[in-house]
Design a protein around this ligand. Structure first.
Ligand code: NAI
Ligand code: 15L
Length: 269
């Protein structure tokens, strides 16, 4: 596959989208932006909902690849998740298939495997083929997105890299994030690797920096050419002083998904 140049960035108004708008052009990409809300200072951005199939078809026309970030990014009611994340992601893949787009980078999440016990002591790192154990309706939608990606590869030859993102923010803000943090610059490195690696089929990777306290195995990400440069350890002393270290008796600290596992579901509507 020739290296993609024109990339549709969905969810471009959001936190991660805003960070990537700043970082990805340095890799030579020309970004086409899409979000359901207008983006300040970006008059050419497409304002469209993932429910609008005609708008999606037009938005993907002529792009080399898609980075799909749009959707509800936290727990919500099943009905809302169904519309934005499940139906919306299907709509985008259908538009991509119809327009012959060759590759998607899908923002999956640690919450697709959130009920996986977090490693403690000498436990091994969580492998990429650990069974999916969603911790929320939100995590379920990411699990669906990974299956959708596999299906579009097997059935239609549309490639995807599903990135189970840990926590991508300018800085880690709690002790759990010392293990899951992906610095924005490492995030851009990983998206670049996911866009340019050859023959990815459907590849699932964990998305984080090279953290000293890492919980999961980055080898499938590294196999794409990802070479993370950051480590959350520089924030450890401050965060542990503020919040205390992880407590083996605290149910919020028992699993990869943290408090997403213990918070009650949000019922309709
Ligand atoms: P965010 O909530 O800041 O941004 C999401 C964007 O999607 C918003 O701008 C929103 O307007 C847009 N959006 C929502 N529903 C839409 C719809 N129906 N049609 C069109 N646009 C819609 O979330 P954030 O943090 O930027 O995350 C981006 C993606 O990465 C999300 O899919 C999230 O689930 C995923 N992710 C993010 C992580 C992080 O640490 N930031 C961790 C794991 C996954
Ligand atoms: C996610 O999937 C969310 O989108 C993000 O806002 C964070 O909560 C992140 O996971 C996390 O687990 O820290």
């Amino acid at each position: 596959m020739p290296a993609p140049r024109t990339v549709l960035l969905t969810g471009a108004a959001g936190g991660l989208g805003t960070l990537m708008r700043g970082l990805l052009p340095a890799y030579g990409y020309e970004l086409r932006l899409l979000d359901m809300v207008p983006i300040e200072g970006e008059p050419d951005a497409i304002t469209a909902d993932l429910a609008d199939r005609d708008a999606l078809r037009e938005a993907v026309r002529g792009v080399d690849a898609i980075i799909h970030l749009a959707g509800i990014s936290l727990e919500s009611s099943f009905d809302k998740i169904l519309k934005a994340n499940i139906q919306g992601t299907y709509n985008l893949y259908e538009a991509a298939r119809e327009e012959g787009v060759r590759r998607v980078v899908f923002a999956s999440s640690n919450h697709a495997v959130g009920f996986t016990p977090r490693p403690q002591g000498d436990d091994p790192l969580i492998p990429i083929d650990t069974p999916r154990r969603p911790d929320t309706f939100y995590g379920l939608s990411k699990s669906f997105g990974e299956d959708l990606a596999q299906f579009y590869w097997d059935k239609h030859g549309l490639e995807t890299v599903s990135v189970r993102i840990g926590s991508c923010f300018p800085e880690p803000t709690n002790v759990r994030m010392l293990s899951l943090w992906m610095s924005p610059t490492d995030g851009a490195r990983l998206f670049h690797a996911a866009l340019t690696a050859e023959n990815v089929g459907h590849t699932v990777v964990y998305g984080s920096s090279a953290n000293t306290r890492l919980w999961w195995d980055l080898s499938t990400a590294r196999a794409l050419g990802y070479d993370p440069q950051d480590d959350s350890e520089q924030y450890a002393e401050k965060l542990i002083a503020e919040h205390g270290d992880l407590d083996p008796d605290n149910p919020d600290h028992a699993h990869l998904g943290g408090h997403f596992c213990t918070n009650p579901p949000i019922w309709p509507h």
